[in-house]
Write a protein that binds this ligand. Structure first.
Ligand code: 5GP
Ligand code: MN
Length: 320
C-alpha cells in the first residue's frame, strides 16, 4: 500500500491537468470524493475538472465546488488531461458518455472490490468510504486539505457509513472524521444538510413505498416495486429514494430488503440489502449484477414480476 500511495503521489506531481469523475446516480460519497479530490488537487496548483454523467442534483448542490461540476456529455476528451475515477467499481458504472470516449481512467481510487480497470488502482476494500481512502492519501502524501475539501470528504464519510453506523466504521473512521472537522468540516451543519434538508417529494415517495411494500418469508423479506407512476405522483427524483431500503431493513424481523425499479423498455434495476445472514452479492451475481455481501444491485432485461419471483426464491433458499 505504501508503494502504491507513493506512485499516486508521483502521478499527481507528474501531470498538470486532471479530470476527476465518478459513477452514475451519484451518492454522497461519489460527490464528496469527486469534489474533495478536485479541491485538493487545485490546492497544489493543478487544473482540475470535476464531472459525472448526471451533473449535480439539488440535494448535493450545497457542496463546495458543486456549481463547477460538469456533465460528461458536455466535455470532449483531452489526451493531456489525466483521468481519475473515484468510488466506482466498474468501468460501466462511469456511464454511457464516458464509455463513448473509449479511454480507461489513468487512476482509480475506490473502496469497492473492483477489477482495477485503470493503469494505477488504489483500492482499499476495508475502508467504509472512498472519502476515507482519500484522507489516507492526504495524510500520507502531506497534501493540503482546504476546508472546502474537508467538507466534501466529511459528507462522503458520513453518508457512506450511514452516519457512522455501518460495520466498516472503525476507530480509524472516527480519527479521519475528527481530522476533517479540525480542517473545517462543520459536523452539525453537514448532518442538517445531509439528513434533514429533504424536499417534500421525499416524504411523498416514502408514502408510495410504504403503500407498495410486501413482506414475505415470515416477514424476513421486505420488498417493493418502484414504478414511474410512483415517481409521477410524488414528483420525486431518483436521489429522493436514497436510504429507503435501509428504512425497510430497520424492521426487526427483516433479513433482506429489495426494490425493483422499472427501467426503460421493460427492463429493471434492483437494489438489495441484507442484515448478514444472506449474501446478496452472490444473488445479484447470478443475474449479472454484483456489489458487497450486505448491499448489491443488478440490471436485468427480465420483467419486474419475473425478477421478483427469482429473487424471492434465491433469498428463501439462503434463509432456509
Ligand atoms: P445500490 O443499491 O446502492 O445502487 O448499490 C449497492 C451496491 O451494489 C453498490 O455499491 C454497487 O457495488 C453494487 N451495484 C449496484 N448496482 C449494480 C449493478 O448493476 N452491477 C453491479 N456489478 N453492481 C451493482
Ligand atoms: Mn462509496
Amino acid at each position: 500500500m505504501q508503494a502504491l500511495i507513493a506512485q499516486v503521489g508521483n502521478f499527481f506531481l507528474q501531470h498538470q491537468s486532471f479530470l476527476v469523475l465518478s459513477h452514475v446516480r451519484p451518492d454522497g460519497d461519489a460527490y464528496g470524493s469527486t469534489l474533495g479530490l478536485a479541491e485538493i488537487l487545485r490546492a497544489i496548483g493543478k487544473d482540475v475538472i470535476a464531472a459525472n454523467e448526471d451533473g449535480v442534483v439539488p440535494r448535493y448542490a450545497f457542496l463546495p465546488g458543486a456549481s463547477n461540476l460538469q456533465q460528461l456529455a458536455t466535455l470532449t476528451p483531452d489526451p493531456l488531461r489525466k483521468i481519475i475515477a473515484v468510488d466506482t467499481s466498474t468501468l460501466e458504472r462511469l456511464g454511457p458518455s464516458f464509455a463513448a470516449w473509449q479511454r480507461p481512467p489513468d487512476l482509480n481510487i475506490d473502496h469497492h472490490l473492483s477489477p482495477g480497470y485503470a493503469s494505477l488502482n488504489l483500492i482499499d476494500s476495508e475502508a467504509p468510504a472512498t472519502a476515507q481512502v482519500l484522507y489516507n492519501l492526504v495524510e500520507a502524501l502531506h497534501l493540503p486539505l482546504p476546508a472546502s475539501a474537508a467538507t466534501n470528504l466529511y459528507v462522503g464519510l458520513t453518508t457512506d457509513t450511514g452516519s457512522f453506523r455501518f460495520r466498516q466504521t472503525t476507530q480509524r473512521t472516527f480519527t479521519v472524521a475528527a481530522a476533517l472537522v479540525a480542517a473545517g468540516a462543520d459536523a452539525a451543519d453537514l448532518a442538517l444538510r445531509c439528513y434533514q434538508s429533504y424536499q417534500m417529494s421525499r416524504i411523498l415517495i416514502i408514502r408510495e413505498m410504504l403503500n407498495a411494500t410486501h413482506f414475505a418469508a415470515g416477514n424476513r423479506v421486505a420488498y417493493y416495486h418502484l414504478t414511474p407512476e410512483m415517481y409521477d405522483r410524488s414528483q420525486a427524483l431518483p436521489e429522493d429514494t436514497e436510504g429507503l431500503l435501509e428504512m425497510l431493513q430497520s424492521v426487526q424481523t427483516v433479513e433482506v430488503a429489495f426494490v425493483i425499479e422499472d427501467n426503460v423498455q421493460g427492463k429493471c434495476r434492483v437494489s438489495l440489502r441484507s442484515r448478514g445472514q444472506v449474501d446478496v452479492n452472490q444473488i445479484a451475481q447470478k443475474f449479472g449484477g454484483g456489489g458487497h455481501r450486505l448491499a448489491a444491485g443488478l440490471r436485468s432485461g427480465r420483467s419486474p414480476s419475473e425478477i421478483e419471483n427469482l429473487l424471492l426464491t434465491e433469498i428463501a433458499a439462503q434463509l432456509g
